[in-house]
Design a protein around this ligand. Structure first.
Ligand SMILES: Nc1nc2c(ncn2[C@@H]2O[C@H](COP(=O)(O)OP(=O)(O)O)[C@@H](O)[C@H]2O)c(=O)[nH]1
Ligand SMILES: [Mg+2]
Length: 713
């Protein structure tokens, strides 16, 4: 299309549990709309959307992919997303770039865990939602039951626009619910009249005038229904339920879905409006018609051949091929060398991208996933999307000597693409640690390192990121004195260590609720600070210059060193405050270095006297298994200090178990779950909070740890 118009764009993310048929639906839609000249197929490894070698081998999606087609003069952008909970980051990033979420449901398996979760995530973002029930050509589909579950779970807004004339092999065509035929086929699994009433009830909900008319006249026409539908979908009073079979040799319901997407998915003008903040921190609603370009990076793809492609969702204004693009986060960026319209792995140049477009640019440095972009700095910023915190860690080394530099650059390329993948260096052991959502997630990324960057790595035991804190309060004193030839070193620091409540999160709260004049009468605010990273407070309560002013910052530095090093077992400390209240100096021998050391050791002594405890990460777990394994799973969780919160049954004789458990007990769970359920279980875990480690476990960890001792100790 030569001149693109925002009003004719529709953006739709295909989300839902794995194996629901999202990718197959995408292939079917592209082919039906003649956007491609061959029908891709997941099972044959020819999908337009699952084009990565690893995706082809595994036969499921690992990455989101961007696709486009035209139907009824509308430009449709589709983002096909992976359904496995291990790759949920990709699905969440996609939801942030679209107006509509199409939640794809596997007709035979019902509403699975990830389907429900993504339905909620889409709702939380006020997106328009549609449900696509796919695979209804399967034999074990019970449509009335499925519809009942759908409505119980997602609400009575779930209404049919068209109904299938049967399921399994008797599904051969779709019958209109909006304008039902005079003589509908016999033995339909669905009551057309009842469905139409539900549809009308839901549509009029969004339109007062239409509601009036309905109440007085008792019915509204098909034309009126159609005219009001898009608004009803945009406001969420209607969630259309669409049906399909997208097996390569039997595409059914696909045209109806194209119609529904093109006619009823809201345009960027009608759909949810993103909120941002201006340079002056004023909240604004981003208007797609505003001429100023505002976009957000929703995907990054590093490719051996094409280099790095950065995908932008344009929220307002427009982009030309040679425009400068600047990240509002870093203030950096550059000129794009062309705009690309992406179809799976194929790209073709675009002359203009307008509000609503999902455009890719290459060779612009310093644009990162989640960054808001503009044509100049100091522009509008959108909130950075939030992703689940990954909790599955492994220490890694390169397999070949000499690959140390390569490992770090390659891992960072993956970090750029995947918001749920982190790389850190353990300050204690100096090991490189990679963290992801699950064992499977990290295995897939390891293979990607090999195929894209020819880098092989060896992974070791997972590291548990324990933390240290003090629950009581303690006194700490240290006199640091050294006489080694020439000038000596001298410093003496007296301090008190307190537990700092977790509720405190800002400097303002720290000084209003904890470091108050009532508690610390002579507190000197100039040298007292709060550090939200560690939830740590430093209180300067020196009276009469017993520690000279110029050495107070060194005392704080010494304390901060200990925060990183840990005192008990070598883990990061948090939730403590230090009050430095007395000291001694020496006119010649005192120095910053001496005070730093004295304060660090005094802090350590005080901390160890203040009921120190280890905190461990507790994760939310959600485990889905065939119901017959429920007993075995619960029995096993019992041995893992887990707490079960609830248990639900899902259609398809599945049980989902939710609860919390210490991460340390769950690091080998992928393998354990696999052997308990013969490979039929799946699970996710996400950080919930930190909690104290039981005494006996703490003792084991402390005795195994190698805390480095200070030279004075
Ligand atoms: N019988 C049948 N199988 C389907 C249908 N759609 C997809 N499949 C199969 O279901 C499997 C998973 O499909 P895929 O599209 O990769 O699911 P995704 O994980 O949601 O993307 C593949 O083997 C498909 O061939 C359908 O409508 N009917
Ligand atoms: Mg897929």
């Amino acid at each position: 299309m030569s001149s693109r118009k925002t009003e004719s764009i529709r953006t739709i993310a295909l989300v839902g549990h794995e194996v629901a048929g999202k990718t197959s639906l995408a292939d079917a839609l592209l082919y039906k709309a003649k956007a491609v000249d061959r029908r891709g197929c997941v099972d044959e490894g020819t999908s337009i959307s699952d084009f990565d070698d690893q995706e082809k081998a595994l036969k499921y999606s690992l990455d989101s992919s961007v696709l486009n087609l035209e139907h009824e003069n509308k430009c449709l952008w589709l983002i096909d997303t992976p359904g496995k909970p291990d790759f949920i980051g990709q699905a969440i990033a996609a939801l942030n770039a679209v107006e509509t979420a199409a939640i794809v449901v596997n007709a035979a398996a019902g509403l699975q865990v990830n389907t429900r979760r993504l339905f909620r995530e889409a709702g939380r973002r006020d997106l328009a939602r549609m449900v696509v029930v796919n695979r209804i050509d399967l034999d074990n589909v019970h449509l009335p039951e499925l519809l009942k579950t759908l409505r119980e779970t997602f609400g009575k807004q779930c209404v049919l626009l068209d109904a299938p004339n049967g399921t399994g092999s008797s599904f051969t065509q779709m019958i209109s619910v909006i304008t039902p035929p005079e003589n509908p086929p016999a033995d339909m699994p669905i009551d057309l009249a009842k469905e139409r009433t539900m549809l009308v009830d839901a549509v009029v909900e969004s339109d007062e005038a239409l509601m009036e008319k309905y109440l007085t006249e008792g019915d509204i026409s098909s034309e009126e229904l159609v005219a009001a539908m898009a608004r009803a979908v945009a406001t969420g009073t209607v969630i259309p339920v669409l049906f399909a079979a997208t097996k390569k040799d039997k595409d059914l319901g696909v045209t109806e879905i194209l119609d529904a997407f093109a006619r009823y998915a809201p345009s960027p003008l009608m759909g949810v409006k993103r909120k941002g903040v201006t340079d002056k921190n004023e909240e604004i609603v981003i208007n797609p018609e505003d001429p100023d370009f505002v976009g957000q990076v929703f995907k990054v793809l590093s490719d051996k051949f094409v280099g790095t492609l950065t995908f932008l969702r344009v929220f307002s204004g427009s982009l030309k091929p040679d425009q400068t693009i600047i990240s509002q986060k870093t203030g950096r960026g550059g000129k794009s060398s062309g705009l690309q319209m992406v179809q799976g792995k194929a790209v073709k140049p675009m002359q203009l991208a307008v509000a609503g477009d999902l455009v890719a640019v290459s060779k612009v440095e310093d644009l990162h996933l989640g960054d808001t972009v503009g044509t100049h700095g100091h522009g509008t910023r959108l909130p950075a999307p939030s992703f689940p915190a990954p909790m599955f860690g492994l220490a890694v080394d390169p397999k070949a000597r000499g690959d140390e530099q390569k490992i770090s650059t390659s891992l960072h390329k993956i970090v750029e693409e995947d918001p749920t993948f982190k790389v850190t260096r353990d300050p204690q052991t100096k090991e490189l640690v990679i963290t992801g959502m699950s064992q499977l997630h990290l295995e897939v990324l390891q293979k990607r390192l090999k195929s894209r960057f020819e880098l092989e790595i060896v992974a070791h035991e997972p590291k548990i990121p324990y933390r240290e804190t003090a629950l009581g309060h303690g006194e700490g004193v240290h006199k640091h004195r050294k006489q080694s030839g020439g000038r000596g070193q001298f410093a003496e620091v007296h301090l008190r260590v307190y537990h700092l409540p977790r509720e405190i999160a800002t400097a303002d709260q720290f000084f209003k609720q904890f470091a108050t004049k009532e508690r610390f009468e002579k507190i000197r605010l100039d040298h007292s600070h709060y550090d939200p990273d560690h939830n740590f407070g430093f209180i300067d309560h020196i009276v009469g210059g017993t520690i000279p002013n110029q050495f107070i910052p060194a005392c704080e530095k010494g304390c901060k060193e200990l925060l990183e090093r840990g005192a008990l077992a070598g883990y990061r400390m948090q939730d403590v405050a230090v009050e430095v209240y007395f000291g001694k100096d020496h006119a010649v021998d005192s120095s910053e270095a001496a005070f730093k050391t004295a304060a660090r050791i005094a802090f350590k002594n005080g901390f160890l006297a203040a009921k120190p405890v280890l905190l461990e990460p507790i994760v939310h777990i959600e485990i889905t298994v065939p119901s017959k394994y429920t007993g075995a799973i619960l029995g096993d969780l019992n041995t893992k200090r887990a707490r079960i919160e609830n248990q639900d049954s899902l259609p398809g004789d599945l049980t989902v178990i939710r609860g919390i458990a210490p991460l340390a007990e769950m690091t080998r769970y992928a393998a354990q779950l696999g052997s308990i359920t013969q490979g039929q279980g799946s699970y996710t875990m996400e950080l919930s909070h930190y909690d104290a480690v039981p005494g006996n476990v703490q003792q084991q960890i402390v005795s195994k740890s190698k805390v480095s001792h200070d030279e004075d100790e």
